[in-house]
Design a protein around this ligand. Structure first.
Ligand SMILES: Cc1cc2nc3c(=O)[nH]c(=O)nc-3n(C[C@H](O)[C@H](O)[C@H](O)COP(=O)(O)O)c2cc1C
Ligand code: SF4
Length: 376
């Protein structure tokens, strides 16, 4: 198993053939859900949650008088991610085919494709296309639903699978998830499982950034060694550090990362996460703390400033990290480190969404991986 064109399933599929299947009545589930459960498809939007369980939850929360809604989340707010845009440019009909198959499975009559404003979308797609604001939080599912309902693209406390678009039970899944779903509907669970690992079958799209260059998009079987993925980006030796999961992800020491398979379980055990398939290697010579401080400054500005952790916590963490990065070894930096460690313990679980948790994880991993920079 290597990073080769042979593994391509999504990016090589340019002429999908829509498959019509039986339509479930709202409140019931169509037969495709069993195939999806057997395939072990897990969502590619960041959380790797089992898609069949989401379909069942949405179907269970809808009724004949209130059929559910399907939303394709192609908002891709993460700056290091390019996979959804690439997928939509390359195989938009495959994504739509998957969304329509999901809609038939849960009895949905309305399917919305949500893309960032200015995204070129081919005409004649059999779905409603909505263009949303290009912001980090726009793809968070409650923010997306709120915006589709006419509000701002900021997270809310509603649960989309119960009360989403127009108050209906709503399935929000990532664009790549729907593309895999389409191929499972066509070729079946066993075919899907012929790549990937038992815990996370199939291939996955990776946005790989090396240095300051734009991300390149690869399709690899889940479980591909990180070393092979980095090789494909021209990295021949373990780098100092690798960032997994993007701006809300985690740094790992490069030598450690080099030996890992890219799969949710092993990455979680190492303290990182697959997220939406982002792998990034910093430019040579760029100090990790400095780079992390820049990311956190950007993330603090992206917060919706509705809850304490976003309004006060993130800007304070950004300022402390900047102090550490710019003036390591000084008394001010030591005081900033003490404050930072305390604040990192306070952020997770306190916001209305997981935005502050992601920043806390990123900064915690940076302190570990770039610890030597603190005493420079
Ligand atoms: C801060 C934040 C930003 C997110 N941005 C996106 C995004 O741009 N695209 C996306 O598909 N999911 C994003 N998610 C995840 C969604 O909330 C949701 O879990 C996902 O669309 C579910 O799709 P899946 O089941 O196919 O993984 C984000 C989550 C958080 C906490
Ligand atoms: S934590 Fe931040 S982004 Fe999340 S809901 Fe609260 S203010 Fe909004």
């Amino acid at each position: 198993m290597t990073v080769t064109a042979n593994n391509m399933r999504l990016l090589d599929t340019t002429t999908p053939s829509p498959q019509d299947g039986p339509v479930a009545r709202p409140g019931e589930l169509g037969p495709l859900v069993e195939e999806i459960a057997e395939a072990g498809l897990r969502g590619r939007g960041g959380g790797w949650f089992p898609t069949a369980r989401k379909l069942a939850a949405v179907a269970g929360a809808s009724s004949r008088s209130r059929p559910p809604v399907v939303v394709v989340n192609a908002m891709e707010g993460e700056p290091l991610s390019a996979k959804d845009a690439r997928l939509l440019a390359h195989a938009p009909r495959l994504v739509v085919e998957g969304a329509l198959a999901a809609a038939r499975t849960i009895g949905a009559h309305r399917v919305i494709l949500a893309v960032p404003e200015g995204t070129p979308v081919p005409p004649g797609l059999d779905v409603e296309v909505r263009e949303g604001p290009r912001r980090f939080l726009s793809g968070q599912e409650t923010a997306l639903v709120n915006w589709l309902n006419g509000g701002s693209a900021v997270p809310t406390s509603t649960v989309p699978y119960r009360k989403g678009v127009g108050g209906r039970a709503t399935l929000v899944s990532n664009a790549e998830t729907f593309a895999h779903l389409a191929l499972i509907a066509r070729y079946g669970a066993r075919w899907f499982r012929s790549e990937g690992t038992a815990e996370a079958p199939g291939t996955t799209l990776i946005s790989l950034s090396v240095g300051d260059g734009p991300p390149m998009v690869l399709e690899v079987p889940v479980g591909t060694p990180v070393s092979e993925i980095l090789h494909a980006g021209g990295v021949s030796f373990p780098p100092d550090a690798v960032l997994f999961g993007g701006f809300g992800g985690a740094w790992l020491n490069g030598a450690h990362a080099w030996s890992l398979p890219l799969s949710p379980g092993p990455l979680a055990a190492a303290g990182a996460a697959m997220g939406a398939g982002i792998v990034a290697v910093p430019p040579p010579g760029r100090r990790g703390l400095d780079q992390t401080a820049s990311i956190v400054e950007w993330m603090a500005a992206q917060g919706a400033h509705q809850c304490g952790p976003c309004t006060f916590g993130l800007p304070a963490v950004a300022a402390d990290l900047r102090e550490l990065a710019d003036r390591p070894g000084t008394a001010d930096a030591r005081a900033a480190l003490v404050r930072l460690r305390r604040r990192l313990g306070l952020l997770p679980g306190r916001g209305g969404c997981a935005h502050p948790d992601g920043v806390a994880r990123l900064v915690g991993s940076a302190l570990e991986v770039f610890g030597r920079e603190l005493t420079r």
